[in-house]
Design a protein around this ligand. Structure first.
Ligand SMILES: Cc1cc2nc3c(=O)[nH]c(=O)nc-3n(C[C@H](O)[C@H](O)[C@H](O)COP(=O)(O)OP(=O)(O)OC[C@H]3O[C@@H](n4cnc5c(N)ncnc54)[C@H](O)[C@@H]3O)c2cc1C
Length: 385
C-alpha cells in the first residue's frame, strides 16, 4: 500500500496505545460478545477511562480536543481486529457531533461529558420499517402538547438501540400530510422515558453490535429536549450523514486492506502441483485488480479525511468514499471465500471468512445502501451541468 502522509508522530504513538487497549480489553472477549449480540457496558466505561471516547470533543465538555486523525486511528485499529460490535466511532463521530454542533449549552453539559466517559451510550434513530433509504419519508411523528413533545412511531435497526442511555430521534412534525415537504425535528430521548420500549433484532452480520427496534407510544419528552431548530431535522440529518459515511468508509477500507493482505499471504502459502495459488495468472490478476482498487480508495479516503479536518467534507465525496470502500471490501471478502475452497466455508478459517462476507454485506447497506449512494452521486452530477 502507498505511504500515507496524514498521521503525525503523536498519532503513531497513539495508535500503539489504542492497539494495546484493544488487544487486552476488547479482542479477547469479542467472540463471546458476538454470541450474545451486544457489548457489555463495562467495555465502554474502560474505553472512556482510557480516553478513547469522543476525543475530538472540547476539553470544556469532557473531551481532549484531539485532532480528527485520532478518530481515524481508533476506527482503523477496530477494523483490523474485526471488532465489529465495539464501534467507538458510532459514539464519538456519529452520535456526539449532534450534541456538539446542535445542542444548547445546558444540553451539552447534560450529555457530552457522559458520552466522553462512557457513562452514557448514545444512538441515532432515523430508520423505520418502511423508510430506511428514504429517510425523508419517515412516519414517526412528534406533536407539541403543553410545552412537551409527544413521539409516536417505530424505529428499526438502531445501533446500540437497546443499550443506549440517550437516543437522538428524528420525527416528522405532525400536522403535515405525507406528500408535503418534510419537516422533521430531532429530539433527545433518555432511555428511561415512559412510552419508549425496545427489542433487540437478531442478525447474521456485525453480530456483536446491538441492533434494535424502538417503539414510541405516546412518549413524552420535555420541551427542552428539542435538538437544534424545530423543523430543521432533515437538513441536520443530511449534513451529519457526510461524516457518518466517511467514518464507515474508513472502517471498511481498513477491513479491506487487512482481509486482502491475509488473502494474498494465504494464496502464497497454498501449494498446488505447479507452485502456489498466487502463481496462477487468473488469481494474481484478480488480486492485482483488488490491490489497485484498495490503493486508490486509500488515497481518496485520506484526501477526504484531510478535507474534513480542514474545511468540511462535500457530501458527494463522502458518499463516493463509502461506496468505493464498501464495494471493494465486498469483492475482497467474496474472493477470500472462493480462493480458500472448502476452507473458505468450513472450520475456523471458514467461519472467519463467511463472517467477513456477512459483515461486508452490512457495510454496503448501512449509512446509505450502495444504490442510494450512486443515486446521490449521480443526481449531484446531473444538477451540476
Ligand atoms: C447493522 C445495522 C446497523 C444500523 N444502524 C442504524 C442506526 O444506528 N440508525 C439508523 O437510523 N439506521 C441504522 N441502520 C439502518 C440502515 O441505515 C438502513 O438499513 C439503510 O439505510 C437501508 O434501509 P433499509 O434497510 O430500510 O432498506 P431499503 O430502503 O428497503 O432498501 C433495500 C434495498 O433496496 C435498494 N434501493 C433502495 N433505494 C434505492 C434507490 N433509490 N435506487 C436503487 N435501489 C434502491 C438497495 O439495494 C437497498 O439495499 C442500520 C442497519 C444495519 C444493517
Amino acid at each position: 500500500m502507498i505511504r500515507r502522509n496524514l498521521f503525525s508522530q503523536a498519532d503513531d504513538r497513539f495508535r500503539l496505545h489504542v492497539a494495546d487497549f484493544l488487544d487486552s480489553e476488547i479482542a479477547p472477549y469479542h467472540r463471546d460478545w458476538e454470541m450474545q449480540g451486544w457489548i457489555p457496558r463495562n467495555a465502554w466505561l474502560k474505553a472512556g477511562a482510557a480516553g478513547l471516547l469522543c476525543r475530538t470533543a472540547p476539553r470544556s465538555h469532557g473531551g481532549l480536543d484531539a485532532p480528527f486523525t485520532e478518530s481515524v486511528v481508533i476506527t482503523e485499529e477496530l477494523a483490523k481486529r474485526r471488532l465489529s460490535g465495539f464501534l467507538i466511532f458510532l459514539q464519538s463521530d456519529i452520535v456526539a457531533p449532534y450534541f456538539l454542533k446542535l445542542a444548547t449549552e445546558i444540553q451539552k453539559q447534560d450529555y457530552v461529558p457522559d458520552l466522553c466517559s462512557g457513562a452514557k451510550l448514545g444512538a441515532i434513530a432515523m430508520t423505520e420499517p418502511q423508510s430506511g433509504s428514504e429517510v425523508a419519508h419517515m412516519k414517526t411523528s412528534v406533536t407539541r402538547a403543553d410545552g412537551d413533545f409527544v413521539i409516536n412511531g417505530e424505529k428499526k435497526h438502531i445501533s446500540n438501540g437497546f443499550l443506549a442511555d440517550v437516543i437522538v430521534v428524528a420525527a416528522r412534525n405532525a400536522g403535515l400530510a405525507l406528500n408535503q415537504a418534510p419537516q422533521l425535528s430531532l429530539l433527545i430521548v433518555d432511555a428511561n422515558t415512559q412510552g419508549l420500549s425496545r427489542a433487540r433484532i437478531p442478525k447474521a452480520g456485525m453480530r456483536a453490535l446491538d441492533t434494535s427496534t424502538l417503539i414510541f407510544d405516546e412518549c413524552h419528552v420535555g420541551g427542552e429536549k428539542l435538538l437544534g431548530a424545530e423543523g430543521r431535522g432533515l437538513f441536520y440529518l443530511l449534513t451529519f450523514l457526510g461524516l457518518e459515511r466517511l467514518m464507515l468508509a474508513i472502517y471498511a477500507q481498513a477491513s479491506a486492506v487487512t482481509i486482502l493482505q491475509e488473502l494474498i499471504s494465504f494464496c502464497g502459502r497454498r501449494k498446488t502441483s505447479t507452485g502456489s495459488l498466487v502463481d496462477y495468472q487468473v488469481n494474481y490478476c484478480r488480486l492485482a485488480d483488488l490491490y489497485g482498487e484498495c490503493t486508490v480508495n486509500q488515497a481518496y479516503i485520506d484526501a477526504c479525511i484531510i478535507e474534513h479536518a480542514h474545511c468540511g467534507l462535500d457530501p458527494r465525496a463522502a458518499s463516493l468514499a463509502k461506496l468505493r470502500a464498501t464495494e471493494t471490501l465486498k469483492s475482497i471478502c467474496a474472493l477470500s471465500v472462493q480462493l480458500r475452497g472448502a476452507q473458505g466455508v468450513s472450520g475456523v478459517s471458514g467461519e472467519r471468512c463467511t463472517q467477513d462476507l456477512l459483515d461486508s454485506s452490512v457495510q454496503s447497506i448501512w449509512g446509505g445502501a450502495s444504490e442510494v449512494l450512486r443515486d446521490v452521486i449521480g443526481r449531484s452530477l446531473a444538477n451540476s451541468v
